[in-house]
Ligand binder design. Structure first.
Ligand code: KG4
Ligand code: ZN
Length: 337
């Protein structure tokens, strides 16, 4: 089954063609990020304007690279939320227009189900359930235990900032460019991870929830107290490790509790982090640790949405006949529902 995936939840315009949820025939993306780098954030109206301009060229390119036409496509899958409303509407309107014009079924996908599906992309042996997944991005950080693509539970979530947001806000405090994850990681190369001390968030808490706002505040006060006299490499390395260690302390606890999980997956933009991957291998030696097969599948992309659409229809075939809404605040609980 050939699925055309469309993803426009933030500043990216992404279209992909994926076969049977795993084989990526094309994964095309245009981003207006460079426009927003200096502003350390995205301007929603401007992002949507750029997406309107890019959508049709990106769609054409994705089809061309997959050596396909709309006739070959079996289903259209599109991100229906959460995200920036104007951006989401560019994607869902395009998907609805294509479905109508070419008489194709269409399925709306929760952005997070896309991330949860990203470890299936381009795999020869698809992972076996149950799986435990840490999904950590700029907008969300959560832990899932699933017995199938759409069955399972949300077992932990952030109470304030997302892990990627901690990287982004930390980078801004350090004067490093947006997005913060890659720039903090780059600044941290060769740095001493123990040079500066950060608190361990939610240390006494026995849930699997996360909290990152305290780390950002600690960095702010540390920088204020040091009055500009600090080593950037060491500071970035210590801050990066504090974020990674908090993520892994929760993941380790979840792995012990959900002993049946056959593998542990790290997905979302933050899963591109090399140090996180290194530390995860050390912390989770008793389990197979999987990350998306390419860095482009960690950050937002349309291949993961096409895969999620395929898995959704495999498990709930009637969804193709149902309508869906575009919802900027689609709750996390609706991810696999
Ligand atoms: O999944 P994604 O592309 O978009 C959202 O759904 O939010 O994730 C973007 C987030 C940003 O906060 C960015 O700083 C972070 O992922 N990120 C990273 C790395 N690459 C992207 N964080 C840490 N290390 C990286 N290498
Ligand atoms: Zn995302």
């Amino acid at each position: 089954m050939l699925v055309l995936g469309i993803e426009t939840s933030c500043d990216e315009t992404a279209v992909a063609v994926v076969e049977d949820g795993v084989r990526v025939l094309s994964n095309t993306l245009a981003t207006s990020r460079a426009l927003f780098e200096e502003l350390a954030g995205v301007i929603p109206e401007e992002a949507a304007r750029q997406q309107l301009l890019c959508m049709i060229p990106v769609l054409k390119q994705a089809l061309r690279e997959a050596n396909a036409t709309m006739k070959d496509i079996d289903v259209i899958a599109v991100t229906r939320g959460p995200g920036l409303l104007g951006s989401l509407l560019v994607g869902t309107s395009t998907a609805r227009m294509l479905a109508e014009t070419f008489g194709k079924p269409i399925v709306g996908v929760h952005h997070t189900l896309g991330h949860l599906s990203s470890t299936w992309l381009d795999t020869k042996t698809p992972p076996l359930f149950p799986v435990l997944t840490l999904s950590a991005s700029g907008g969300h950080t959560d832990l899932w235990y699933r017995t199938s693509h759409t069955k399972g539970e949300l077992i932990g979530r952030t109470r304030d900032d997302a892990a990627g947001e901690a990287f982004d806000k930390g980078a801004s405090l350090l004067g490093l460019p947006y997005p913060g994850g890659p720039s903090v990681a780059k600044a941290a190369e060769g740095g001493n991870t123990n040079a500066y001390e950060f608190p361990s968030p939610l240390k006494q808490d026995d849930t699997l929830d996360f909290s990152f706002s305290g780390l950002k505040t600690s960095l702010k006060y540390l920088l204020r107290d040091l009055e500009g006299s600090f080593d950037m490499k060491d500071m970035a390395a210590s801050f990066q490790d504090a974020i990674c260690e908090h993520l892994l302390s929760r993941l380790r606890k979840a792995a012990d509790h959900y002993a049946k999980a056959a593998s542990i997956h790290l997905v979302g933009g933050v899963s591109a982090n090399k140090r996180l991957r290194e530390l995860a291998k050390d912390a989770l030696t008793d389990r197979e640790v999987l990350v998306p097969s390419s860095l482009g599948y960690c950050t937002d992309n349309a291949a993961m949405i096409a895969a999620a659409g395929y898995f959704l229809l495999q498990e709930h075939p009637t969804l193709a006949e149902e309508t869906f809404t575009t919802n900027a605040s689609l709750p996390l609980e609706a991810t696999i529902g």
